[in-house]
Design a protein around this ligand. Structure first.
Ligand SMILES: [Zn+2]
Length: 358
């Protein structure tokens, strides 16, 4: 068996030390090269002319030779109006891209020496860049689909929850069809679960022998037929091979696709090799990040975290610098941040972006 990709030397083409050794000017040039492909020519964000525009070196700005507009390397990107130095931004970007299961804003704020809110908004701008540059071309070939429940984890309270003998006797007396009366704490837990629990639906285009290559996710309140249909119509080319578990939500897929199912109550893969393990592998990463890194995901922002993990899954076999470059390219090509610009001034995204409302 070959060496694991993450242990190979190819993956280690950039480290935190490399960024620490850069000067502020070199970090600035890194941004310029990533955005415009060169440190000498710039593209005016107003008129789009590529030229060596008039430089205002002290302010790290240019004046367009054609339309006279002043601009900088972050104009019209999610980093517009930034206050952080370029070196620190690269440092935070690297910490974000090199963490396999994500990094929490509080951890980032301590490592980079910035305020918690700065780290929080920075990470969410990156998540927005990932979200808004999703490849929307329809999926073909082999596709794995599944839904996973996230958020709304019950709290255990002060006592260990051991079933009391009276409660067990009650259950036996009532039989399977009737439920024993819930305690006040379990009622509160049920309400919390109903309020905060959401379904993350995931689709992965799979190349046999390699694994998932493209991933899209959607947020929903239930894993039902309507949601499954909506996602299929939006994302899958008719005639593709779709693999799911035995859930009744996917019952209508047989009409348009080659639909194969695996019965998860019995097995993870059939003898013929039918499975949806690439969807499960995505959930494994999202579950680990929920439990081990973020601890709590608000329903309002859950889709942003889900998309971040989709990006991590799709770029799992890239080197450190390739991942950083990819995210830098995404964050400088989608224009201004829609959901996070003005966060400091009190502007907040109110809706939670369910797939039925998008
Ligand atoms: Zn111009």
């Amino acid at each position: 068996m070959g060496q694991h990709w993450l242990l190979s030397s190819k993956v280690k083409d950039m480290s935190l030390l490399d960024i620490a050794e850069l000067t502020e000017n070199q970090a600035f040039e890194y941004f310029c090269v990533q955005r415009w492909g060169s440190a000498d020519n710039q593209i005016c964000p107003q008129c789009g002319v590529i030229d060596s525009h008039y430089s205002r070196k002290n302010r790290r700005q240019w004046r367009c030779k054609h339309c006279d507009r002043y601009f900088s390397v972050t104009t019209n990107t999610v980093w517009a109006d930034r206050k952080l130095p370029f070196k620190k931004m690269l440092f935070i970007l690297f910490l974000f891209t090199s963490s396999p299961n994500g990094i929490s804003a509080s951890d980032l704020s301590r490592k980079a020496g910035v305020a918690y809110k700065t780290a929080w908004v920075f990470c969410h701008k990156l998540r927005e860049a990932i979200y808004r540059s999703t490849d929307e071309a329809k999926y073909t070939g082999e596709i794995h689909i599944d839904g996973g429940h996230f958020g709304g984890k019950p709290r255990s309270g002060r006592f260990r929850n051991k079933a009391k003998p009276e409660a067990i006797a009650d259950k036996i007396k009532l039989g399977k069809t009737q439920r024993a009366k819930r305690s006040r704490s379990s009622m509160a837990n049920l309400a919390r679960k109903k309020r905060n629990r959401r379904i993350v639906m995931v689709l992965r285009e799979v190349v046999p022998g390699y694994g998932g290559v493209r991933t899209r996710c959607f947020l929903s309140r239930a894993e039902d037929e309507a949601t499954a249909r909506l996602i299929a119509d939006q994302c899958i080319e008719p005639g593709s091979l779709v693999r799911t578990d035995e859930s009744s939500a996917y019952i209508s897929y047989a009409a348009d696709f080659i639909h194969q199912t695996v019965e998860h109550s019995k097995e993870y893969s059939t003898l013929e090799g039918v499975n949806n393990n690439q969807a499960e592998s995505y959930f494994s990463r999202l579950r680990r990040s929920e439990y081990g890194v973020f601890h709590r995901m608000m329903a309002r922002y859950m889709i942003d975290y889900a998309n971040e993990m989709a990006w991590r899954e799709d770029h799992r076999r890239e080197s450190e610098e390739q991942r950083l470059r990819d995210l830098l390219a995404k964050s400088t090509s989608i224009g201004l941040a829609r959901w996070w610009r003005g966060y400091w001034q009190g502007i907040r995204r109110r809706n939670e972006r369910l797939c039925s409302e998008c």
